[in-house]
Ligand binder design. Structure first.
Ligand code: ATP
Length: 297
């Protein structure tokens, strides 16, 4: 559905996309994860044709990006693109008309999309009277008004309360069930884990790793994580080395990567002689994968 090959983008001298490659298959949700400034929004703006790239290529359905691509893409940007003094229906009508919809086609599209995002009852309400979650849903409905094949959601739930986030997650999963291909950017790991069929972690304009969660787990040189708190960190690290455990600092905390599954009691025995304040065992999760990909690869 979407193929990006060796894309490079500079802002002045600042290279923000660095031989960036991405492949999104039809019907999947691809979660692009990265810190602030990693290049997610720039990537989206390039796909939408809002920015030009310096080299590389973008293909949609096998064809080079062109004016025609705009009918295939639906984009819900990070900042809601809504007319605040218009009603939900009027916003949808405005965007529908931009895409050439009129008459019963426009009416049907407005009805279907208001229904899809559960805002039918609010159709005559002015945007400023809607909650943040409702505005976000309307923003997604606008992106869907012309029946796109690829929906791009830039941080769809950032800043929303838990209930609104869950509602938008359900909406995204429903759209996928209906066959929509979705590119989603987020820096919320639980969101990426819940929604993404495949995830890509972007850092400094490059995908560091990608795959489904199981594939991503393979990049961590260990099966389990042991978090240790001790006043004798240097000694613990030395002992860990002797035992063949690599160590890391995850958010300031000393962690050992262990290649086999060990009971906590066995691990405590291995660290005998070190004065431990606390020791906890954890399986590899998306958080550890993210820290590895962005700090240790
Ligand atoms: P965020 O999560 O904060 O939205 P992001 O991953 O979407 O981050 P981008 O907005 O794509 O990141 O920014 C990538 C880099 O490009 C950052 O260093 C940013 O400061 C820079 N940048 C973005 N837009 C511009 C611009 N218009 N002019 C110059 N530099 C820019």
């Amino acid at each position: 559905m979407l193929t990006i090959q060796n894309l490079n983008k500079f802002y002045g001298k600042n290279k923000v996309l660095n031989n960036f490659n991405l492949q999104i298959n039809s019907g999947e949700i691809y979660g692009l994860l990265g810190a602030n400034g990693a290049g997610k929004t720039t990537t989206i703006n390039l796909i939408c044709g809002l920015l030009t790239y310096d080299s590389g290529e973008i293909f949609i359905n096998g064809e080079k990006l062109s004016q025609k691509s705009k009918y295939i893409l639906g984009v819900a940007p990070q900042e809601n693109l809504l007319y605040h003094q218009l009603t939900c229906e009027e916003n949808l009508a405005f965007f529908g008309k931009i895409y050439g919809l009129k008459g019963w086609q426009l009416k049907t599209a407005i009805f279907e999309n208001l229904k899809a995002v559960n805002l039918l009852a609010k159709k005559d309400d002015i945007v400023t009277t809607l909650s943040g979650g409702m505005q976000r849903k309307l923003n997604i409905a606008l992106a869907l008004i012309h029946h796109p094949q690829l929906l791009i959601l830039d941080e769809p739930t950032t800043g929303l309360d838990i209930e609104s986030r869950y509602e938008i997650w359900q909406l995204i999963l429903r759209l996928k069930q209906q066959g929509m291909t979705i590119l989603l950017t987020t820096h919320l790991l639980d969101e990426a884990e819940k929604l993404g069929d495949r995830l890509g972690i972007i850092k400094e304009g490059k995908i560091m790793i990608e795959g489904n969660l199981n594939q991503l787990k393979q990049i961590i040189p260990g099966k389990e994580l042991i978090f240790i708190k001790t006043e004798e960190e240097e000694e613990a690290i030395l002992l860990g080395k002797k035992l063949g455990f690599s160590h890391r600092y995850y958010q300031g905390e000393l962690v050992f990567l262990i290649n086999k599954s060990l009971e906590l009691a066995e691990i405590i025995n291995l660290f005998e002689g070190i004065n431990l304040t606390s020791i906890t065992k954890q399986s590899i999760n998306l958080q550890s994968i993210y820290i590895e990909a962005t700090n240790y690869l």
